[in-house]
Design a protein around this ligand. Structure first.
Ligand code: NAD
Ligand code: UGA
Length: 465
């Protein structure tokens, strides 16, 4: 079966870049990315490629090469469903904020809406691809909705989770470690799997395309994120031990990472992991285990989140303690707001939590980030429940220049590992700060010896004083 038209519902951090690469590598397939968010679609269609809704290195070049050739962004969801043989569901699946499973389970209402919409609109058989990260067994629910809502057409469900990381999304899509495709093992399922394999084969070596049953694929996505986050919590937990024993976490990470069984990646101690997925996906995993009565398994994975919360909390407490237990009225400069470098995404960024704790103590926060907008930063802070608007207005400022941010401040806190922070004139920053001038390096990106030589009091993660 040859696919000629693809529809992707959800033009977000996954839908946009993923479909751009599929379109670029398959010039004979028409790819349409649709969304209910008109602003977002307008931004994807913007003539000025610096105004795309997502900042991702290398993205605008790919968009330029195939937009309006065989890649289209639209709000006409019905029409796109009607004409496509294959439909990707790439909508958000946030943690539920209400009812049963509140704060733990994935909220599947957007996925269900997509399934209902497809069932109502479709006038031919379709292959439905789960691109969103979903709890194991969701494909059964999607199939059930489609079969009952539609008027007798056939729907084959595939699971094709996305493993891209923000900031390196284009590289991850171009040269993926693996592409995972799960489907039913009957003839229909295998035909659907092969149709999707054909699309990826345009640029991914066949040995890197893994096909499995539906449930293994759905569960592998949650598992991969849980394993990655677990490594960060493991190294972060040991960073606290290093601070008490004069061991150095970077030296420990290097020593263990050279063991080929452990490997060097994802061992950077930090202020804590953020991003829209790690926490949400682990909470979802914990919820699934609890629902099945697997309490010990649930507790094991929950600990990854507990350590992450502890890490963010102790970073904030360390600032308070080092500044003589009082930060009311003191200016603290935040370098970085994004949850990692090379993205404008700040969802669940550790910076939000740390800022909230310091604002509670009535510190003045001045934030500089090269990509996250002022509006987004204020929106993030408005969502912190115990911070009122008056405090926000009086205590928080956002500037476009790192030197302005640190002017007259008592401390600089590095929350994101942007490369440009390493290149700053730290002598100048020191001169313009109040003394003693503190640096809290939540990413261990500065050279401790050089920074101490300038005169700063330096606090790294997992480093002795
Ligand atoms: P996102 O919030 O950036 O984008 C989701 C988009 O779906 C939004 O633009 C929203 O308007 C749209 N949408 C929601 N309901 C809709 C509907 N009924 N009809 C049409 N459009 C609708 O989310 P994202 O970061 O792209 O994540 C999407 C999924 O991919 C999630 O399940 C996430 O866990 C998973 N994922 C994300 C990443 C990542 O790096 N962000 C990586 C791998 C997997
Ligand atoms: C993560 C996974 O890496 C992707 O494979 C997955 O597809 C994606 O989640 C998802 O499902 O959404 P992402 O969250 O974009 O990707 O970025 P990561 O590079 O994994 O970083 C996540 C967080 O961990 C960031 O805050 C980062 O700064 C932090 N981190 C990462 C560390 O603190 N230390 C490390 O060694 C690595």
């Amino acid at each position: 079966m040859k696919i000629k038209n693809i529809c992707c519902i959800g033009a977000g951090y996954v839908g946009g870049p993923t479909m751009a690469v599929i379109a670029q590598k398959n010039p004979n397939i028409n790819v349409e990315v649709v969304d209910i968010n008109h602003e977002r679609i307008k931004a994807w269609n913007s003539d000025n490629l610096d105004k795309l809704p997502i900042y991702e290195p290398g993205l605008k070049e790919v968009i330029k090469s195939c937009r309006n050739r065989n890649l289209f962004f639209s709000t006409d969801i019905d029409n796109s469903i009607l004409k496509s043989e294959m439909i990707f569901i790439s909508v958000n699946t946030p943690t539920k904020t209400y009812g049963d499973g509140k704060g733990m389970a994935a909220d599947l209402k957007y996925v269900e809406l997509c399934a209902r919409k497809i069932g109502e609109v479709a006038k031919s058989d379709k292959i439905i691809v789960e691109k969103s990260t979903l709890p194991v067994k969701t494909a059964a629910a999607i199939k059930n909705i489609l079969d009952t809502v539609s008027s007798g057409y056939r729907f084959d469900i595939l699971s094709n989770p996305e493993f891209l990381a923000e900031g390196t999304a284009m590289r991850d899509l171009e040269i993926p470690d693996r592409v995972l495709i799960g489907g039913t093992q009957d003839l229909y399922g295998k035909t659907a799997i092969n149709a999707l394999v054909d699309i990826y084969k345009s640029w991914v070596p066949e040995k890197n395309i893994l096909t499995t049953n539906l449930w293994s694929s759905e569960l592998s996505k949650l598992t991969a994120n849980a394993f990655l986050a677990q490594r960060i919590s493991s190294i972060n937990s040991l960073s606290e031990l290093c601070e008490h024993t004069d061991a150095d976490i970077d030296e420990v990470a290097k020593a263990i990472g050279m063991d080929s069984r452990i490997g060097p990646k994802f061992l950077n101690a930090s202020v804590g992991f953020g991003g829209s997925c790690f926490q949400k996906d682990i909470l979802n995993l914990v919820y699934i285990c609890k629902s099945l009565g697997l309490n010990e398994v649930a507790d094991y994975w929950k600990q990854v989140i507990n350590i992450n919360n502890h890490q963010k909390d102790r970073f904030a407490k360390n600032i308070l303690k080092s500044l003589y237990n009082t930060i009311a009225g003191k200016k603290i400069s935040f370098y970085g707001w994004a949850f990692k470098k090379d993205t404008n995404d700040s969802r669940e960024s550790a910076a939000i939590y740390v800022a909230g704790r310091l604002i509670e103590e009535k510190a003045e926060i001045c934030i500089y980030d090269p990509k996250v907008t002022k509006n987004q930063i204020f929106r993030d802070l408005e969502n912190i429940s115990n911070i009122d608007n008056k405090s926000l207005k009086n205590l928080v400022s956002v500037v476009n220049d790192p030197y302005e941010a640190s002017n007259n401040s008592h401390a600089v806190a590095i929350l994101t590992e942007w490369d440009e922070f390493k290149e700053l004139d730290w002598n100048l920053i020191y001169v313009n700060m109040k003394k003693p001038a503190f640096i809290f390096d939540g990413r261990n990106i500065l050279d401790r010896k050089d920074i101490l030589k300038i005169g700063f009091s330096y606090r790294g993660i997992g480093k002795s004083l």
